[in-house]
Design a protein around this ligand. Structure first.
Ligand code: 5GP
Ligand code: MG
Length: 191
């Protein structure tokens, strides 16, 4: 029999922790940003819950666009990255804030950044909810980080495992043995 969500996940950050972290981060962003309009580019799909909470706390004029970058295919191994953006008009000459759920190896954000830079923004900075310690394979670090977390696979608050768990209002650790327990879905998942 399949185990229920509450039995297989262990809370890492509660709803309260997340609210405090996003509050803190939005204050930090607002302080450094000034009054210039902000063009937010969110990386689907994992960013959606964080993005929704973040934009409601940012008291600056802002616009929101979304891009798709799928890096985890059929589970937890990084596969081919696809960045599909057609945002030249929105990005050119604008001050951009790139928003993603988690910075792991860093390859996803570095590749998305390179794509967005082709559209010649006036400036581009990056905000992530989570930064996984000790995993980075790139020189770059996001300017804004809400939480630094240990190297474990997390779900909830927008982050999925095989398209499941995104709806959890808290962030939880999925243990390796439970990763194997989940039903297989070879279609892959979007980050
Ligand atoms: P990177 O390119 O930095 O290695 O991977 C970034 C993407 O991988 C994230 O946007 C996210 O979609 C996915 N990812 C990395 N670590 C985790 C994790 O612990 N849990 C989940 N659900 N996704 C992760
Ligand atoms: Mg992602």
């Amino acid at each position: 029999m399949q185990k229920r969500d509450s039995q297989i996940v262990k809370t890492l950050l509660s709803e309260h922790d997340l609210r405090e972290g996003v509050d803190r981060l939005s204050r930090q962003i607002a302080e450094q940003w000034g009054s210039r309009p902000m063009t937010i580019i969110g990386v689907l799909t994992g960013c959606v819950v964080f993005l929704a909470d973040l934009i409601r706390r940012l008291d600056v004029p802002l616009r929101v666009h979304l891009v798709q970058a799928s890096s985890y295919r059929a589970g937890t191994t990084r596969g081919d990255l696809t960045v599909a953006v057609d945002l030249r008009a929105e990005i050119q000459g604008q001050d951009v804030l790139l928003v993603d759920d988690i910075f792991d190896t860093g390859h996803t954000l570095v590749e998305v950044l390179a794509e967005l830079k082709k559209y010649q923004p006036a400036s581009i900075r990056t905000a992530v909810l989570l930064f996984k310690e000790g995993r980075q394979e790139v020189e770059f670090e996001p300017e804004f980080i809400a939480f630094r977390i240990p190297n474990q696979f997390v779900v909830g608050y927008g982050l999925d495992y095989r398209d499941d768990f995104r709806h959890l209002p808290y962030l939880a650790i999925l243990e390796p043995e439970d990763l194997r327990d989940r039903p297989a879905d070879e279609s892959g998942a979007d980050g």
